[in-house]
Each structure stands twice: as C-alpha cells, then as structure tokens.
Design a protein around this ligand. Structure first.
Ligand SMILES: Nc1nc2c(c(=O)[nH]1)N[C@H]1C(S)=C(S)[C@@H](COP(=O)(O)OP(=O)(O)OC[C@H]3O[C@@H](n4cnc5c(=O)[nH]c(N)nc54)[C@H](O)[C@@H]3O)O[C@H]1N2
Ligand SMILES: Nc1nc2c(c(=O)[nH]1)N[C@H]1C(S)=C(S)[C@@H](COP(=O)(O)OP(=O)(O)OC[C@H]3O[C@@H](n4cnc5c(=O)[nH]c(N)nc54)[C@H](O)[C@@H]3O)O[C@H]1N2
Ligand code: SF4
Ligand SMILES: [Mo]
Length: 730
C-alpha cells in the first residue's frame, strides 16, 4: 500500500563534510520510519547515503536509546541511574546550578559540546542563548580543525576554496592527508569523473588507506612532515621557474621573500624529514606545476601535529604559485565553512551577555580545566596565538564546578583521557549530560537527559564540504520522553527564571527568524518556503565558482599572502616555515629510539564515537586494532593478530596487532574512536594522547604521540565481540 508511505525531507546532522540531504519514508498509519534514502536530486548526495547512515534507523530505534530522564544512584563512572520525571530533573538541576553560581559565580559553569549534531539550532542555538544569559565560561571549540583553518586563512584569507564538484575538471588531484572514501565519500564521484577524462590521483598519507589503494599512486610520508614537503615543492617550482609569473605578480604578496626562504629547503633536505626520496619530490613538483588544472584536497589529518597550522599554511601557497586558481578544477579545498558570512547572532544572542566577558576555556584541555590545581586551570585558558597572554594562576578564575555536556562524548574523544576521567570523577563536580545513549561520558553524569535524534526535531544546516544549506523536518515523534536540546535548554531557562521572550520561542519560529535575518547576498532568494518545498538550496554563488581566478583573496592585502604581516603581529614567522612535530624533536629518554609514532584516524564504520556502540557497525569494524609494519613487529616479537600493550607518557591501552605493509615503518595506526567501555581494558587510544596544543589555534596533537609497543602478556585477549558481552573494568 504505497499510498500510505510518505517521504520526509531532512539532512544528515553528523560531523562530515558531505552534509547529505536525506529522505525518510514513513508509514503514515503507524508513524514509524521505514527507510532512509539519499536525496535523489541533491548534486552531492546523488541519492546515496554512506554505509552508516543508510542504516540510521537501527540507531534511532535501538533498544539502548535513552527515553527517560535519569538520576545517578551509583558511584560516578559506574553508570547506575534511576528514572525520574522531567519536572524533577529540571528543577533539581536548576537549583544546583543556582547554588553553584551563588557560591562561585557563573564562570564556574562550563558547557561542553561539539558536533554530535552540526545543526544551527540543536547545536549552539538555544544552548548558546542559555549560557550567554547565565554568563557561564565559554568553550573554545578547537578539537578538530582550528590549526588548519588558521594556517589556511593566513595564506588565503578565509576558510574556503574550490567547490567540490569542480574536482571533476582537474587533470591532477592530490589527496593530501585525507581518507576520502571514508570521511568524505561524496567527493569521490567527481574525482572518478576527472580520472575517466585522464586525471591522475595521488594520495599523500603515512598509510595505504582504502583511498590510497584505489588511487593511481600512494606517496607514503612520515606523519607531521607535510610542511617540509610543501616547502621543498615550492623550492623546486621556484628554482626551476615552473611558477606562473603573471599570476604571482598580480595576485600574490611576498614572492621575493618566499624565494629566498625556500632556498634552504631543497628536496634533499625534505627527503631526510619526510622519507620521500628527493627525486620523487622533484617529479611531484614538476607534475603539479605542469598539469593544470591541479586540485588539492587537503583534510584535517595532517594538522593534528605540533606544526599542523604551518603545514596547512605552506600547502595553501601552492595553487597561487602555479596559478591553479585560474582554472575550473584548479585550487585547493580544505573547508567551505568560511564562504558564507552566516550571521548567527539572531540565534545565539550574544547580547544576553550584557557586557560581561566570561573566560574562554580550551575544550582540548578539559583534563586541565577540571583540575582543582589553579596552575592547570590557567593552562586551560584559550590561547590560540603566541601573542595571547598566558593567564597567571591567580587570574585563572573559579574552579569548574558544573559541566553541562551536549553533542559530545569527551570521556572518549578528548585527549589525555586519564586526566579527563580524573576530573569527571571529582565528587564536587556537578555533571549533566544530554544524550541519545549511555556513553562513556554519560556514566559520570549526575543527571542524564534523553535527547531526540535528527528524525525527531527541526533544524537548519550549512555544510563545511559544499555550498548547500538544508532544512531538517522531523519525520517521527520523539521516542519515549526524549526532547530536543532546544526544549531542554528552554525548560532549564524557565526554571532558572530567565524570562527574556527568546526563551519562549518555538523551534520553527527561531529558524525562520534566523533565515530571514541573513543579509549576505548569498542567501538572497533562499526562503523558508523554498527550503520546505525542496529540502535544500545552493547558496547564491557564481557557477562555476572560481573565487580567486583574478585574485580577490579575503586577506588584508587582497592577495594570496606568501608573506603575512598578520602572522608577524600574532607572533609567528611571517613566511612559510618548518615547524617540526613534537615526535620528531629530541626524544625524552624513557623509551629511547624504540618508540613508534602513533596516529589514530577515523574508523570507516563509525563517526567519531557515534555508531561505535551499535552491533552492526562494531562488527563491520572488527575490533580495536593497531596497524604495525613487519619491520617494527619482528624485533618486538609480535605476530599478526596478537594482543599488544601500547604505552605513552600518558597511559596505556591494549589493542590487537595487524601486521601490515599498509603503514610506513616507524609509525603505528589505530583506527578509532572506539568507546572505552567497549574496548579491551576499558580505555581507547585517547589514554595515550596528551593536551599539547598545535602551533596555531590551540588544537590537539592527536597524531603526534610516541608509544612503545610490546606483546601483551596477560593471556589471550577476548575478541571484541565477547568483550562487549562482558565489559571489562578499567
Ligand atoms: N567514516 C567516518 N567519517 C568521518 C569521521 C569518522 O570518524 N568516520 N570523522 C569526521 C570528522 S570529525 C572529520 S574532522 C573529518 C575529517 O577527518 P580527518 O581526520 O581529516 O580524517 P581522514 O579524511 O580520514 O584523514 C585523515 C588521514 O590523514 C592521514 N594522516 C595522519 N597524519 C598525517 C600526516 O601527518 N600527514 C599526512 N599526509 N596524512 C596524515 C591518516 O592516515 C588518514 O588517512 O571526517 C569526518 N568523517
Ligand atoms: N584519538 C583521536 N581522538 C579524536 C579524533 C581522532 O581522530 N583521534 N578526532 C577528533 C575529532 S576530529 C573530533 S571532531 C572529535 C569528535 O568529538 P564529538 O563531537 O564529541 O563526537 P562524537 O564522539 O561523535 O560525540 C557526539 C555525541 O553527541 C551525541 N549527539 C548527537 N546528536 C545529538 C543531539 O541532537 N543532542 C544531544 N544531546 N546529543 C547528540 C551523540 O550521541 C554522540 O555521543 O573527536 C576528536 N577525537
Ligand atoms: S555521515 Fe556523511 S556521508 Fe554519511 S550520510 Fe551523513 S553526511 Fe552523508
Ligand atoms: Mo572532526
């Protein structure tokens, strides 16, 4: 009876550049969702969802979904709760927050959130209003992309570049620090189109990923050394006069200084650092300069190192040097997030701060932020640039007494996990978690509140991997007593006596108002009615989109800045430079030279920790693995499939060895992010990472960690699936 089946337009909320438009088929009689479909008319989605989200209903209807408010009865971390009513939960939370604010000031409250949903409303919408009104500590959302975005923006001016569909017109494609088939699969059809027309696709990565396997060539590189490779490419392009002199003269700043700078950074120098033979670097430079249009897809993998910001800054110079921006199919794509001047003030209402200027804490230093030691709390203050003053412990502000977590799972995703867990265990810390599932973080909550999924609420989305915005309509009724984040914060605001009218606005009203308030020309003609009808719309940008074909960079000079005065003012080297990752420098004595370099990029079947608790996706992924080259396995007496113990200065974990030549010698790779409580030994790889920040933007150095690896001698380690039936204590 097809006539009783309706399709509802929506959009995938997850932290993925593709921001797919979807349709949900609904059985009208029962109100139950039957199937997820990729929107057939969206030019990027092209009717296909990824393997995770095409099975989204298994997540939405999973028996583990939280459906009622819960209050802790066990010890923190144990995860024992009792069901309570919404009225009880809201009034008790509000009362406790009022007490904390009364005793310590509003800065003692810290919101903690990231990109569980990228929605403008269920992300930092009503929540932002609530915390602005309160005057709570602010959170610098640095955990993913800030280093690269900063580095890119110093060179280009803002975080935007090529339109992804234009990769179809490239003759050479460099996939640089991106596992496109895993983390950005809707770009791939355009890359395939280019290949059919003769383009070559090269992948620069320490691992032979599934993307590297199907590319024309894998160029293995040591992690954290991409900045050196880019310098050497510029050296060759300049000394062999392969650059586009006309483009450089018209549209770039600082070519003379750059030429002088790269003299010292020849291919022989870079070979010793990157592990790529000098001859190969020369060939690559010539190929890149001559094969126009050449496109670079650079992703965030290569900026999770101590010099990650500068690495992206260096790479971002390349397209201007060879004039690639002139052509459709030429240029570079890191993110499209900087393209729209989306004005968020109508939804976030910074005016509610009413002149207050609360401190900003860096989310990647949650371990420090939750420490009772004022020196560590001071270190957690957000300090994105060298010129930003470091606060003294005396001025660190009140200790964090309340933590309100939504759209994030810090117990599993944040670096230096032992420090994070020590904080979450603090008996005097009041913790509220809004979630779909009882995550590792939820186990530490005093109150655990059930949130709706994207199928159950309204939202509006912009993308960071293309130029479309999309409207999400609820397809089904909320499960159990679950509520949208917006409604939870609305009720909390009422209980706190925040009586501004903006806390009584309904979701649809907020979104309509947000859209109507946009004055940027790229929103012209994008109305609520149109989005309701079509589901999505391309921003009003020229097509084809050649943003810098004739300069017009959004930098202070209007040019692509090889030399950046702004960098000098902010405390950086104003020219492209080599900033080594911390794992390359002098190694501390404890482990000596037998230490290996750990990277932990996204697992194919999870999205960060989302999906990692669901049987199907865990089965597809197998179990927490450590890729290890035979040359590193043999001297350690490790065979394929053996349990291994991996240690860093921060902590240790148990993983299963996958001995493979898919990873370069000296480097080990652990696909992640697994849940702690579903991992052998009760911890994931973030037990090993630390709170060190990148050179720019105060971002994490997740892929810049030295570890020792040895066989695990605690007897056979149960396979992941057995483990799950019987979670192991930490
Ligand atoms: N399936 C899936 N998709 C995802 C995610 C997920 O968890 N799973 N996560 C989402 C999120 S939050 C993000 S931020 C995005 C992008 O997330 P990214 O972290 O950019 O992920 P990848 O595209 O996998 O690219 C990382 C690649 O960089 C490589 N790499 C690591 N260090 C270096 C280095 O120093 N140099 C070079 N050249 N390569 C290096 C890794 O081996 C890996 O292949 O993906 C999103 N999409
Ligand atoms: N070792 C290592 N660590 C990493 C990375 C890595 O590559 N290696 N990657 C890093 C990166 S790039 C990122 S972006 C971060 C990701 O860190 P997070 O953004 O914390 O990502 P998730 O683990 O997916 O957690 C999101 C949580 O939000 C919940 N959620 C989703 N939608 C909603 C909603 O509408 N309401 C509420 N209340 N909750 C919702 C989900 O159930 C999920 O538990 O992790 C970082 N950590
Ligand atoms: S996770 Fe990414 S690829 Fe999968 S449906 Fe969502 S936006 Fe599309
Ligand atoms: Mo991310």
């Amino acid at each position: 009876m097809t006539d009783s089946i309706q399709r509802v337009n929506g959009v995938c909320p997850h932290d993925c550049p593709d921001t797919c438009a979807w349709q949900v088929s609904i059985d009208e009689a029962s109100g139950r969702a039957l199937r997820m479909h990729g929107h057939p008319h969206h030019p990027l989605t092209q009717g296909r969802l990824c393997g995770k989200v095409e099975r989204y209903l298994e997540r939405v209807y999973h028996p583990g979904r939280l459906t009622t408010p819960l209050k802790r009865i066990g010890v923190k971390g144990e995860g024992r709760f009792q069901a309570i009513t919404w009225d009880q939960a809201i009034s008790e939370i509000a009362e406790r927050l009022q007490q904390i604010i009364g005793a310590y000031g509003a800065e003692a409250v810290l919101p903690y959130s990231y990109a569980g949903t990228m929605g403008l409303l269920q992300g930092e919408g009503m929540a932002a209003r609530f915390f602005n009104r309160m005057g709570a500590s602010r959170l610098a959302r640095t955990i993913c992309s800030e280093a690269g975005s900063e580095g890119y923006s110093y060179t280009i001016g803002a975080a935007y570049g090529m339109e992804p569909q234009d990769f179809a017109h490239a003759r050479l494609i460099l996939i640089w620090g991106s596992n496109t088939l895993t983390s950005n699969m809707h770009l791939w059809p355009f890359i395939q189109t280019a290949r059919k027309a003769g383009a070559r696709v090269l992948v620069i990565d320490p691992a032979r990923t599934r993307t590297a396997r199907v590319a024309d060539e894998w160029i293995p590189i040591r992690p954290g050394t991409d900045g050196a490779l880019a310098l050497a490419l510029m050296h060759v392009i300049i000394t062999e006069e392969l650059y586009d002199g006309d483009y450089v003269a018209r549209y770039t700043l600082g070519f003379e200084q750059l030429s002088e700078r790269v003299q010292a950074y020849g291919p022989e120098w870079a070979a010793g650092i990157t592990g790529i033979p000098a001859g190969r670097i020369r060939e690559l430079a010539r190929l890149y300069a001559n094969a126009q249009p050449a496109a670079i897809r650079v992703n965030y993998g290569l900026q999770r190192h101590a010099g990650g910001g500068m690495a992206v800054r260096n790479i971002a110079c390349l397209p201007a040097l060879v004039g690639a921006w002139r052509y459709r199919g030429g240029g570079i794509l890191l993110s499209t997030s900087g393209i729209i001047g989306l004005d968020r003030t109508p939804i976030q209402r910074p005016d509610l701060l009413a002149g207050r200027n609360p401190r900003t804490l860096n989310m990647i230093r949650l371990g420090d932020a939750l420490s009772p030691d004022p020196e560590r709390l001071a270190r957690a203050h957000y300090r994105p640039r060298p010129c930003d003053p470091a606060p003294s412990p005396a001025h660190a502000g009140p200790p964090v007494k309340a933590l309100i977590v939504y759209n994030s799972n810090p117990a599993a995703v944040a670096p230096d996990q032992n420090a994070v867990l020590a904080g979450l265990r603090r008996p005097d810390l009041f913790t509220v978690v809004l979630e779909h599932f009882q995550t590792d973080t939820a186990d530490y909550a005093d109150y655990l509140l059930p949130a709706t999924t994207q199928l159950e609420h309204w939202d509006l989305h912009k993308a960071y991997g293309h130029f479309f915005i999309a409207l999400n309509r609820p397809a089904i009724a909320p499960l159990g007593q679950a509520l949208p984040n917006s409604e939870i914060f609305r009720r909390l605001a009422a209980a706190m006596d925040y009586d501004e009218p903006c806390f009584r606005q309904e979701d649809v009203e907020i979104l309509r108002e947000l859209l109507a308030a946009q004055t940027h020309p790229c929103f012209e003609g994008i109305t609520w009615e149109r989005l309701r009808r079509d589901g999505f719309a391309r921003l009003n940008l020229p097509s084809p989109f050649l943003p810098f074909a004739e300069g017009g960079f959004p930098t202070p000079s209007g040019k692509c800045e090889f030399y950046s005065r702004r960098m000098a003012e902010d405390g950086y080297d104003p020219l492209p430079a080599w900033i080594p990752p911390k794992s390359i420098g002098p190694r501390p004595t404890s482990g000596g030279e037998d230490r290996l370099w750990l990277i932990s990029p996204p697992a194919h079947n999870f999205l960060n920790t989302t999906f990692a608790n669901l049987e199907r996706f865990r089965q597809r992924e197998g179990e927490p693995l450590l890729w290890l080259h035979p040359q590193d396995a043999a001297p350690r007496g490790i065979a394929d499939g053996w349990p291994v113990q991996v240690r860093s200065e921060q902590g240790e974990v148990r993983l299963r060895a996958r001995v493979t030549t898919d990873i370069i010698p000296g480097c080990v790779l652990a696909p992640t992010i697994w849940w702690n409580k579903l991992s052998p030994g009760g911890g994931n790889v973030n037990r090993l990472t630390d709170q060190t920040e990148t050179d720019m933007g105060g971002s994490p150095t997740f892929y810049d960690v030295l570890v020792t690896v040895e066989p695990w001698n605690g007897g056979d380690m149960p396979r992941a699936q057995e483990e799950i039936a019987r979670p192991m204590p930490a």
